[in-house]
Structures are given as structure tokens and as C-alpha cells.
Design a protein around this ligand. Sequence first.
Ligand code: AMP
Length: 544
Amino acid sequence: MRGLMMDRPLLISSLIQYAAEYHGDTEIVTRTVEGPIHRYTYADAHARAKRLANALVRLGIGMSDRVATIGWNTYRHFELYYGISGIGAVMHTLNPRLFPDQLRYMVNHAEDKLVFLDLTFVPLAEKMAPLWPTVKHYIVLTDRAHMPPTALPNVLCYEELLAAEEAAFAWPLFDENTASSLCYTSGTTGNPKGSMYTHRSTVLHSMAACTANAIGLSVEDCVLPIVPMFHVNAWGTPYSAAFAGAKQVLPGTKLDGASICELIENEGVTIGLGVPTVWLGCLQYLEQTGKKLDTMKRVLSGGSAVPISMIKAFAEKHGVEFLQGWGMTEMSPLGTVSRLKHKHRLLDKDSQHAVRARQGIPICLVDCKVVSFDGKIAPHDGETRGELHVRGPWIVAGYYKDEPATKAALDSEGWFKTGDVVVIDPEGYVQIVDRSKDVIKSGGEWISSIDVENAVMAHPDVAEAAVIGLPHPKWDERPLLIVVKKPGREPQGSELLDFLSNKLAKWQLPDEVVFVAEIPHGGTGKILKTRLREMFREHRLPTA
Ligand code: AMP
């Protein structure tokens, strides 16, 4: 027997309609690309998203057409999220930090018809335009006064485009499984692969993100997504913030510690979302200035492992609950969050920090299994390692127009293979040991590069650290520790190894420490281990 409930489709347009109707005077504050702070409300955003919808239709965009954006976190980019998906077209956020060859591939593969871009990216688009034959118009996200002289073909000014339209538009109803947005991930080899989200997956992910077990975003909050709107939709914040009716603060181009902390203080930010390097910048700024974060309740950090020293500094110096999340572009992205359970309130502070330093408990509806290297399902014993496979309603069922990549990504039961090596402990917390390709195989044992990096990051003289495996005649591979010193500090390699000696087993200790001015990062802020391996290809360990 079927139940008797209304079958209303889960559509992205419902989120902005709700926010505009019931949180119409709640603010969205932007540090604009042009410079000044811009403020308006959900009601204003909704009206402009409807103008945009009319403009898109006038430009010939219809259901399922792909429309690209290259933009920072700003109110105009927020409007694009709703205007494009709202009419049933597909919002394709391009990551400008990727290589030109990848950008060429993505726009051609997606067959994007329009490109909306911030002023910053005009030179990039000018270079790419001859290689993007499907693009009919380039729309610069600014007003007439700030329009740059440009060689871009068929260029339009965003504010003029909107001004020419009515703010009346009826969002269409369609199947909730309609494609809504597209994000490509760049592997280290091969072409980028597209995750094609649906309206349904996006709305469900927003609801999950708002739950108290995940980000816990509510009407009481002011959220600062520092994670870019061009990378996994800023972890879904443009959607979940509207779902919650939360105030939003969008940082534009300035992501340094001083600029971020200024926004937190001036706007009363309660929740921040970003990768660990961004929070490191904030901590350094706060250390230098002696300032405090008075309004901030919670940070969700993810994208790469969070050192426990960072969790401790935020909690003990600033009273901020510093949580770690794990996820992937292919998972919209939220998979796990390192929430403390009720029983953990009795633990001492250090033990609580240790719980938050794990990647966290899966959010309900994200199913996880660990497949060990002999192909068996690993028990949740906190010790048996294996690759994490996942399934759930906001996880990809395949890659957009890419059969071979889809085949390689799914196991025989249709679960998505994450490529992350993990253990799950008896309490249900997932802990990432490594990316399967970064783990160091030493004499039949495995060394987790993440464990070593986390341990050394607790040293007061270390700004950043990365560990890679180098060939070794006896042990197969041994770890090399690569360190960036904090400004004005002069740690010695031997000192760092001493520091690590009571935190790691002897065989896990790096064979050598080298200091560099900078560690290379990829387009999404992650340490580029492939680049480091290239840089140190000729390097011989003293033990080898
Ligand atoms: P992306 O699709 O670019 O967001 O990258 C996803 C990958 O980032 C995951 O497969 C992990 O390898 C890594 N990652 C994300 N969150 C974390 C975390 N909290 N700790 C360690 N690695 C993470």
C-alpha cells in the first residue's frame, strides 16, 4: 500500500523562496571584488535571482543547458546558484586554480553556453576564449563603471543584464532528479571528472548539513564560508544557509587571516567553514595581534587533515568548537563530522580534542564500508585498514559522460570507492590514514603520512609540514619530512625528530628532515604530494 503524502519535488528554488519569505530581512554581506562591503537581504537576493532567470531565458538558456561561472564567494555568485539551477539549467562552477589544459577540457566537455566571471578572471578567460568554442557570451560580474576594456568576444555586463529584466518570475516545477550543478575534480592523472548533482541530492544534502550532528546551521547563525563557491559549491553553504535562514558573510577575494578575522568581528560570525590552511592564517594573525574571536561558536574544517594543535588553540584560546569534516566533491561533499558524543563530555579536554581530530562519524544516510586489502569487509576495530567505500543519496552514481571513470570508481555493488585509506573505530569514528597513493610502505608496514604531519605540526616552530615516501633499498620506502619554518624561527632537523620520538613508533620516524620556503598546493588548497615527489625524485635519503 502506498502512503498518502504529497509528492512535492525537492527543488533548489524552494530554498531561496523560503529564505526570502521568512527571513527576507536577514543579511548577506559581501566583501566585493571591487573592494567595498556590500549588504543586502535574502529578499533582495531572491528578486535579483528572478531577474537573472529572465535574462537567462532571453539569452536562450533552457532546461539542462550548462552555464559556467568563475567566481569568488560573493552575492552575485550566490544569485547565479539560484538563477541558473532555478530554471532547470546546470550551474557549472569552474575552479580557476586548475591548469589551462584542464579548464579547456572542462568547458568543452560540459559544452557550456555562457560563462559568468568575476573581474579577477577576465585575463584568464581572454586566454581561454579561443579554446572554448561552445561559449556564446561572457558576462562580467560587475557594473558598467567597473567594466574593464577586454578582448573577450560577446561580452556583457551583469548589472546591465539584470537591470533590463523584471523581478517577476515563477520558478518552474520539474522532476527532482533533474541535474542542477556540475563540479569537476582533477585527479593527478587523466582528465577531470564531473560530479553532476541533482536538485534532490542538493536539497537533501542541505538538510543534512543543517542538522546538529553536522554543521548545525540555524536561524541563529551567521555563517562565513571561506571554502570557495568554485570548489564543491562551498560545501553546499549557498543552499544550506538559505535552508536555515542564516545570515551569510561572503569574503570575496581576501582570504588572509587579517581580512577574515575582521569580517568575523564586524559581522558577528558564529560559524566558519574552511580548509586548515585558512584557519592557520587566522591563528597566526590572532597570535600576532592578541585579538580574540568573541562571536565565533564553531568552525568546520575539512579538505585535508586537521592538526590537533589547531583544534586545541581554537578551543582553549578562543572558546571555539573546532570540528573536522571529511568528504569529497563526489559526496556533495559532507560525509563525516567529528562531533563529540554525549558520553565524551566526561573526558578531559585533551581527550576531547583527540576525538575532534578524527575525521568523524558518518552523517545518517551516508553508508560506509571499509574494504581491506584482501577484499574483505574490515571490522570497526580501529586497526584494520582498508579503502573506504560509500553510498548515499548525495553521492555520485557515476561521472558525467565518462564511462571508463565511472566503471573504475564503483565497486561491484555500486558503492563509490573513495581512494581514502581509513580505519573505523568501535565508536564509529572514521579516521583517514592516508590517500591510498600517499601511504608509505616501509618493510611490509604502512606509515601514515598524515599521522607524521599531524604530530610535527604541534611543534611551535613549524608552519607547515608534508611527508612523502622515498625509495629505500632495504625497506622499499622510507619517509622524508618536508617542513616550512614559522617566520623568525630556526628549528633544527634533529630537534624535530626528537620532538616526534615520543609521539610515533621508532620505525615511523622520518629518515630525514628538509626545510623549504614553501610547500606547493593544488587548486583546492591541498598539499600537492605529486609535485613534492617530483621535486625530490633525485633526492637520496642518508639511510639509503
Ligand atoms: P575534494 O574532492 O577536492 O574535496 O577532495 C576530497 C579528498 O580530500 C578526500 O578524498 C580526502 O582524501 C581529502 N579530505 C577531505 N577532508 C579531509 C579530512 N578532514 N582529512 C583528511 N583528508 C580529507
